[in-house]
Design a protein around this ligand. Sequence first.
Ligand code: NCD
Length: 317
Amino acid sequence: MTSPSFTFPHRHLLGIEGLAPHEISGLLDLSDVYVEKNRSADRKSVALRGMTVINLFFENSTRTRTSFELAGKRLGADVINMQVAASSVAKGETLIDTAMTLNAMHIDVLVVRHADSGAVKLLSEKVNCAVINGGDGSHEHPTQALLDALTIRRRKGHLDGLTVAICGDVLHSRVARSNIYLLNTMGARVRLVAPRTLLPAQAERMGVEVFHDMVAGLRDVDIVMMLRLQNERMRGNVIPSIREYFHFFGLDYAKLRVAKPDALIMHPGPMNRGVEIDSDVADDVERSLIREQVEMGVAVRMACLELLTQNLSRGNS
Ligand code: NCD
């Protein structure tokens, strides 16, 4: 399926940091091919025939896990979803022992989600198969940033020169971090809009503009990307109340008015309606890309699986 000119020179996909612009573009170009294939009656291919993909998710997931499963199956692989709660992890087995056990079964791709930043990289150093980071703590979530980029590129035709506001709980968000790397690499301008308590220390050093006010931060932007309040990663109270948070930082039509008239709205899901986003805005068929993001997720994951498994036979590091 890939054009002979494009090879992805990495054994694993652990993050967006370190990917070159042409590697990101190549991944998105192949994803575009899979979007069209997924929309046709002939969705199945054989690129991963005989291969095994294991989804090893230590944290909850709906979209990411399901779309990796669908992606693997559409490419002809056997896909196994490990139920961590029902596995030996629940008996105290370490992450590395679990990985070594799966490795001994000669699998080809391990997709891992873990609550600790860096856990997926650690695991990738112990196995022979390709490892894809399905989200590690508040560090990176590369396939989410790629599917977001694909969604934007298909709508706007390009990424360079666009202004993207990433709003809400940036501090705990691996989605924000991966998107910052990707958008900066591809020449977009990134703004972070959040209360001080939900921003990483020295956020400005990430090559972004920082705002603490939605009306200032959304002025003339092309894309508004909303983030969930990730209570599961919070220590102590970081917002006074949900009502006040929505008042100042929730996206509604009043705040959206200052963005470009054709500004589009995104959210990685799961959404908390009435907390970070108003329901009417989320469901606006003209401006909300939230459902399209889910569709793009399957295509992007097919592209990642295809490119990384090609590398297995070539022996790239
Ligand atoms: C995100 C995640 O898990 O980081 N969700 C996703 O993968 N679609 C964002 C979130 O949980 O809020």
